[in-house]
Design a protein around this ligand. Sequence first.
Ligand code: AP5
Length: 210
Amino acid sequence: MKLVLIGAPAAGKGTQARKLIDKYKLAYISTGDMLREEVSKGTALGLEAKSIMASGALVSDELIIAIVRERIKADDCKNGFILDGFPRTVVQAEKLDELIGSVDKAIYINCPDEALLKRITARQTCPKCGASYNKISVPPKVPDICDVCGEKLTQRKDDTVEAGKARLETFHKQSEPLVDYYKKQNRLFEVDGMIGIDNVSSAIFAELGD
Ligand code: AP5
């Protein structure tokens, strides 16, 4: 099964991806995580991506397509994968179709901007194990400490009000057209992202089946 997750920043793509990989045993590909890793390693790619990501804009289609093209060749992708945050433009979606034929389902998690901005600024992540929390909806048991590994939680550089607003604008201009793109292919499944994490998962599982 080849799935893509579409949604504005903080819609819950990463949260749902983790549940989907557990259930369907798929490889997980998050272009945002891959870019953040390059930034933290200080590679040439990371240096190029750092300021673009902090501003809320998108890195170039060419660059991200080159990364995904290589990643989906890996062994763990042979039984299927979930792409979280790719494609983000119609050019990327067309390229993906060229590379893999077509996706089985594009899952669009739909949320209003106002709620997303609140989620963005309340998000905390664990720099060690990658667990994600939210001060409002998914707080850690001990404030600022990861439940899983005890590490001090951090906030992403682009999870500020200013960068959050820019990311939402980028989504509406450059990524929202993907909804129509996959609707026309009859591959779109839209789910309300405001119904609670487990309800969102149940709706997606019901659509995908066993
Ligand atoms: P990326 O890392 O993909 O960021 P994003 O799309 O902005 O998405 P987020 O990670 O912020 O949110 P999410 O939808 O995964 O939500 P989450 O599950 O964490 O990309 C970062 C940057 O990299 C981009 O801005 C761009 O510059 C670059 N980039 C990446 N891919 C690219 C591409 N293809 N082309 C070009 N550039 C690219 O949840 C958010 C919070 O809400 C959490 O705290 C969570 O606990 C909570 N939450 C989740 N679901 C719910 C719910 N149902 N109810 C209540 N709370 C919830």
